[in-house]
Design a protein around this ligand. Sequence first.
Ligand code: GDP
Ligand code: ZN
Length: 295
Amino acid sequence: MTEHGLVVARYRRHGLIEDDGGDRIVCQFISRSLQPVVGDQVQWRAEPDGKGMVTAVLPRKSTLTRIDNRGNPEVVAANLSQLVVVLAPSPAPDWFLLDRYLGAAALTGLKSVIVFNKLDLDHSPPGALADYGDLTDSICLTSAKQKTGLTELAGCMVAERSVMIGQSGVGKSSLINALLGDARQAVNELSAKSGRGRHTTTTAVLYGLPGGGELIDSPGVRDYAPYIADPREVEHGFKEFGQFSNDCRFNDCRHLAEPECAVKAAVAAGKITARRYESFKTLLELSESLQEKRR
Ligand code: GDP
Ligand code: ZN
């Protein structure tokens, strides 16, 4: 008899499943090709040794897919609803990376929140952030150090299953610790009890937030590089392009060297920022080069 469960932690060779009653069971996977990720809804059955065996992964509503070292797509989390992108005065914001994250969110149908952390270092956020008001669902200003803005951030995460991403050093771990309080410790203790030696290296964990909502934390997700398989999709990752691209002379305009391109006209007129357009071109090139590699 199989039961239903949610993958709440993933290690190299096994997972931690939460059943419908809220109990947690260490599970193995029935085959090598079955690779559940955190956030997956699964079918599993109890084994005589008290562990579980995952037999199937239910269809995913959304996935976070990154490119691995060899250029192949790898699913890192499933059934999430929101990307929380963290920036800070130091290390200086990489706006291209932000555009890439927001593009991935738009293409995957995820909501997005931009967090500008370490506000204690730099009391006013950079001017470039103002361009993003219409391109994201919320912007939160925080200091994990001084514990400011955390209530607003927690408010943006209620009723969502979020993933926190951003450059190394911007304060993601600090924010996660501040948001989770003791919840994180509890999961880590359970993980330690359930595991054996080096196979217990956590690849990802799903935490319940004290004020509601869930947060997926994973080293593999934190430095995640979104993957856009089809170069023609890239423009849909740039929300503000949509209102112009219908007016391009050519239906299949790539908004590069084509004549009478309404997107380029909007850039010239200052209706689309030059920097967003640069990000678009860079992301398009990247997507095309990955497509070449797959051929
Ligand atoms: P992560 O790599 O994004 O997970 O960043 P960490 O949470 O490890 O933080 C990187 C560094 O920034 C650490 O030295 C933190 O103490 C520091 N840090 C994190 N949040 C803040 C903040 O709000 N203000 C200041 N001044 N430093 C912070
Ligand atoms: Zn065009």
